[in-house]
Ligand binder design. Structure first.
Ligand code: ZN
Length: 446
């Protein structure tokens, strides 16, 4: 007996897009292929996908969603994983923001909090490490091999701390993720800026700060023999800098970028102002074009949302003083629709490349492939159905509680229609149907 059958879909796999159906039983994928529908006509629930594209649910491995010390009331792991579900994201890996998660005890406490709130399955990253005296083995045993550190404020770690962390994590079989901008360059740039207008923000975070830090972290990782993940590469030149270390292959180096670095350049700040305040800052149109090339040719390994939730009113303060609001953009609900609309439909990337960038590769990096990030028989039935539709992006149509999106007013061509997780329909047309606590913690192997 089949619990649920998705018929007439265009199913994306590693090689291409094929017409077919997906049978779901007991929360898992029971069968996939062109002949499934006729075999399984007795399903309890039938979803006619009618030419929609079926992808594995997106696996978003960089987002900030749970920090009661920092995020205001109404923004927590429940509201933000609901926003994830609405956007076709069925697995999240969350990173610390202001509250450090640098001991097994704090890791377990955060896990317990999140378990009560999660709409989708989740993993956690430890950090932000700014002290070399950290219980790496204990945190690994508590459920993550991933440690985050910074070369820039507000969570700046000094070079000695980063090397020491990399040695410990490398020995233990984990991975270090680094925010790469060199603080000395940022300080120098900031000192010469007097104004408070939004456009001066971009001048305070030069491209060279990113290039220098990616290069240094590459050498640090080689020296310490530790896998390195460079988060949110903001420029095509940054991707090329990281590629040097990918091609040396002495230690694994993975490069991540985010949709906002592909959607916007610093020239968009005149119109969008504080709604584009993010670290690293946006770069030139030429860098955006180079970054798309790096996404297409495989230099960039994966794309994550780097979702950071704030309310619209908080962000509005930045029109008068751009230094006031916290940097960061909401985006977990719009990443898939953006990448289909501006990536696949504009012929910048193929469907299989999209699947690799936001499903398969992030799941592999998180140690949860093929259970997550694939549509293989026997794996979790986590599926995003996407339909072609022209529409204008509006925060009013999103589940996100903050009431804004940097993409407001853009014309897109793909919508997330139906989202299935663990075999259940958890969202339809951005209307979330699951309950907080449905999602499970994913203890991640080394
Ligand atoms: Zn982040």
């Amino acid at each position: 007996m089949t619990d649920r059958l998705i018929e007439n879909a265009r199913i994306v796999d590693a090689a291409g897009v094929r017409p077919g159906s997906i049978a779901i039983d007991d929360g898992r994928i029971a069968a996939v292929g062109p002949d499934v529908a006729s075999d399984r006509g007795d399903a309890d629930d039938l979803i006619d996908a009618d030419g929609m594209v079926a992808l594995p649910g997106m696996v978003d491995v960089h987002n900030h969603m749970h920090d009661p010390e920092l995020f205001p009331e109404g923004i927590d792991f429940a509201s933000e994983t609901a926003s994830a579900a609405a956007g076709g994201v069925t697995t999240v890996v969350e990173l610390p923001t202001q509250t450090p998660i640098t001991s097994p005890e704090s890791f377990r406490a955060k896990r317990a909090d999140c378990e009560g709130l999660a709409h989708v399955d989740f993993g956690l990253v430890a950090g932000n490490v700014d002290d070399p005296d950290v219980d790496v083995e204990g945190i690994l045993a508590a459920g993550t091999p991933d440690f985050k550190t910074f070369t820039a404020e507000p969570y700046l770690a000094d070079d000695g701390t980063i090397v020491s962390l990399m040695e410990q994590v490398g020995d233990a079989g984990g991975k270090v993720r680094v925010h790469c901008e060199t603080q000395g360059i940022l300080d120098h740039a900031r000192a010469s800026i007097a104004g408070t207008d939004p456009d001066v923000y971009m001048d305070s975070r030069p491209l060279e700060a990113e290039l220098d830090a990616i290069s240094r972290m590459g050498w640090f990782a080689e020296y310490a023999d530790c896998p390195l993940h460079v988060v949110h590469v903001s420029s095509g030149s940054g991707a090329r800098e990281g590629e040097r270390f990918e091609s040396r292959a002495n230690v694994p180096v993975t490069l991540e970028t985010c949709p906002h670095y592909l959607a916007f350049s610093k020239e968009d700040v005149a119109e969008k102002g504080p709604f584009l305040k993010v670290n690293p800052s946006l770069k030139s149109p030429a860098e955006v074009a180079r970054l798309w090339t790096a996404v297409r040719d495989g230099t960039i390994d994966l794309i994550a949302s780097e979702h950071f939730p704030t309310y619209r009113e908080d962000r509005e303060r930045g029109w008068d003083d751009i230094w006031e609001p916290y940097a960061g953009l909401p985006g977990i609900e719009t990443t898939l629709e953006f990448l289909v609309s501006e990536g696949v439909h504009e012929d910048r990337i193929s469907w299989p490349r999209l699947r690799e960038l936001v499903c398969a590769r992030p799941a592999r990096e998180a140690g949860i492939y093929p259970r997550k990030g694939s549509l293989r028989v026997g794996t979790d039935a986590d599926i995003a159905l996407v339909r072609e539709e022209r529409f204008e992006v509006s925060a009013d149509d999103l589940r996100f509680a903050g009431g804004w999106t940097p993409y407001e007013g853009q014309e897109w061509s793909a919508r997330v229609d139906t989202v299935i997780a663990g075999g259940e329909v958890i969202a339809r047309d951005h209307d979330v149907r699951s309950e907080p606590g449905r999602g499970e913690f994913l203890a991640r192997p080394q």
